[in-house]
Structures are given as C-alpha cells and as structure tokens.
Design a binder for this molecule. Structure first.
Ligand SMILES: [Fe+2]
Ligand SMILES: [Fe+2]
Length: 383
C-alpha cells in the first residue's frame, strides 16, 4: 500500500496547516515574498517537529474556472507544496469551500492524486462531497492497525443563505461515515479504533467552547458571533487554550455530525481550518476540537502570527491526543512580506485595531496611512 502510515517509537506526529489561500501565479514581488515566507515556515516546522504526516486543511489553492489551464494549476499546486513534497513525508488534505467554488473539484482532486507523496483516495461510495476518505495507522512494529484518520469534505456554501452561510456535512455523508466506522470495527475484531478527524469548516459545537462576554470585556477582548450568532459577543471559556480572533464560521444548521461522532465513539479529536485567525483548542463532551488559523500569508491574519499545529498520538494511550499551536515567530522566523507594523504587533493589538480603530489603539492617523497599517484594514472576505 502507498505510504502505509505507522507509529514511530511509540508516537505518531501530525503537522496540520490552515488555509494557505495561495496565489496561482507569482506576478509581483509581494506574492513572491508571501510564498517564500510560507515555504520557510513550513520547511522549518518540518525540520523542527519531524511529522509522520502533514495535513492541509483546505482553501489551499483555488481553481479559477473551467477556462483555466489545468496543467498550470497542477504546476502551481506543486510549487505551493514544494517544502511538503521535498520532505518526502506523506501528506493528505481536505477540500475547502474555495476549492469547490469553480466546480472543478475532480480536477483539483486529480492534481493532488498525481503528487507522489499525497496519500488518501476519495471513497466513491460516499454520496456527497468530492474527497472523503480514511487512513489507518499501524503500531510501531507495523503488525496491526491501532488508529484511524478521517478526512471529510464539508462542502461549499449553503444554497439557502437564510438557513446558513456555509453548507454542512449532510446526513448521507454521516451515514457513510457511520457505516465505514462499523466496517473498520468489524474488520478489527470488534475493536473501535480511536480516530482524529480533519475537516475544513468547523462544527457548530465550537460555540460550546465560548461564553458570552461581560459588558466591560466587549470593547477589547470579545468577538462577534457569526451569522445567527451575530447579536452576541463571545470569549473563550476558561480552560480553552489558544486564541479567538473571530466568531467561528461554522454552518448555522446542525446536521448532527458531532452527535454521530459521539454515537460511534471513535473520534477523539477533530481539527478544522476556515477561520483564519482562530487557533483555540478545547473539549466538548470529551472530544477535542481544535482550530488551525492560516499557516500562510495570503489571507487575512492578525499580524505576523501565522501558525502550524502539531498533534501527537501516543501508542500506549492513543485516546489521549496532545496538540499544540506554534506561531511563525516562535520558530525564530522573520517575515519578509509583512509591513513594519504587522511584523511587530501582537494578536491582541491587531484585533483591538480591527475592532476599535487605529485612534483607540493609540496609533496616529499619519502612521495609520502607512502601507503596513493599511494592509491591516483588509475587509474580511468570504473565507
Ligand atoms: Fe473556507
Ligand atoms: Fe479560507
């Protein structure tokens, strides 16, 4: 089997990358610098943590439309993923809403499939989505499967924006997951293999990691909820690690995916992309939910704070997954693509500037007009 995954010396390490939103063409110096910074970050992360698997959490590189030359898309994808491919470490991915936008999902999936180190094959028996699969992980001896990984397609935006901005994992996909999980269980002597699930759009249960902000917290620390939650301001509950930069943009309709994980009992942790500034980690009903903020420099961020997530599973206790987020600066790196202010401000300062404006953040109007500051005033687009 191509690149059979296995534990090494009792542990299995995964490096996951949030939305890169990379450009297909590098037609100016700024795009070149953004690509170079991202490559430097990914390469340094690989050298530092020596992952057994790398996972891309979607919105990596979009297909423009049907008129785009497929060979150009393929070569652009290879260049975006150069440090991942050159490492020789197997990688897998999920599709983000932007990979669905052009309706060229089959071409996107085939572009990934042609890359030698890309593992995972779409299961055609799943009735919805273009890339749903699972990968089994063997023990250190390579004698038996002891862990499982799910890669689920969370689809695109919702047809009815009144119900939800973003689509959800539907009942037919959930049925596929439950049947596949049962099949895995039956073929492993009735034993449920613990699993990690990767998906682009987060489940709505992420809101259970948040609490409503108190009035005095709202101006500085709280974030507005998304869509149907927009009338409330939120903060992370005590005990939830990491950073909340925006209201989770999960679907507003709950299709029952999280409940199906609880019924099935295999998913011990789930990791998501899509929300470019969130990197929190917490537990809902015993299942770890973790956000990956962007790992690149091409979409909105909160300063020089792109991050990677390192997740470790231990062979002697595979249900007790450990996961930690590492920011660009923490790896001793310096950006070449960000402006002078973006390079220096902290997450909190950046978010404060987004929310209450430059004057309140203590920045003079003259400074705010510099290129670096102007870059911070990006409109939050569809992510
Ligand atoms: Fe997205
Ligand atoms: Fe995105």
């Amino acid at each position: 089997m191509k690149n059979q995954l296995k534990f090494n010396d009792g542990k299995f390490t995964i490096m996951s990358l949030g939305d890169l939103h990379e450009n297909r063409t590098l037609d100016n110096q700024n795009k070149i610098n953004r690509r170079r910074d991202m490559h430097n970050f990914v390469k340094t992360g690989i050298l530092a943590f020596k992952p057994d698997l790398i996972v891309l959490l979607g919105d990596t590189l979009m297909f423009k439309d049907e008129s785009e030359d497929f060979s150009e898309y393929k070569s652009a994808l290879r260049d975006v993923l150069k440090p991942v491919i050159d490492s020789g470490i197997p990688f897998c991915y999920v599709l983000g809403n932007h990979e669905h936008d052009a309706g060229q999902e089959d071409l996107v999936v085939s572009a990934y499939k042609e890359i030698e180190t890309c593992i995972g094959e779409n299961d055609p028996t799943c009735p919805r989505g273009n890339f749903n699969c699972n990968l089994l992980v063997k023990n250190s001896e390579g004698t038996e499967d002891i862990f499982n990984l799910w890669f689920i397609d969370s689809n695109n935006v919702c047809d009815n924006q009144e119900i939800s901005v973003y689509d959800w994992v539907h009942q037919d996909q959930i049925k596929w997951y439950e049947e596949k999980a049962l099949e895995i269980k039956l073929s492993h002597s009735g034993k449920t293999l613990p699993a990690i699930l990767f998906q682009h759009t987060p489940v709505i249960e992420e809101y259970q990691l948040l609490r409503e902000a108190k009035p005095h917290e709202i101006p500085f620390c709280a974030v507005e909820g998304h869509h149907k939650f927009k009338d409330k301001k939120y903060m992370l509950k005590d005990g939830v690690d990491g950073y909340l930069g925006e209201g989770p943009c999960s679907p507003c309709y709950n299709g029952g995916q999280f409940e199906s994980w609880k019924r099935t009992g295999d998913v011990v942790a789930a990791f998501f992309g899509h929300d470019h500034t969130n990197d929190f980690t917490g537990y809902v009903d015993g299942i770890m939910l973790g956000q990956n903020k962007t790992s690149g420099f091409c979409c909105y961020t909160d300063g020089c704070r792109s991050a990677i997530r390192i997740t470790t599973v231990y062979e002697n206790d595979p249900r007790n997954v450990k996961s930690k987020v590492y920011h660009f600066k923490e790896l001793g790196l310096q950006s070449t693509c960000l402006g002078p202010i973006e390079k220096r401000i902290t997450d909190k300062q950046s978010i404060a500037m987004h929310k209450i404006g430059y004057a309140a953040a203590g920045i003079t109007a003259a400074t705010a007009l510099t290129a670096g500051a102007a870059a911070l005033i990006r409109k939050f687009k569809k992510k």
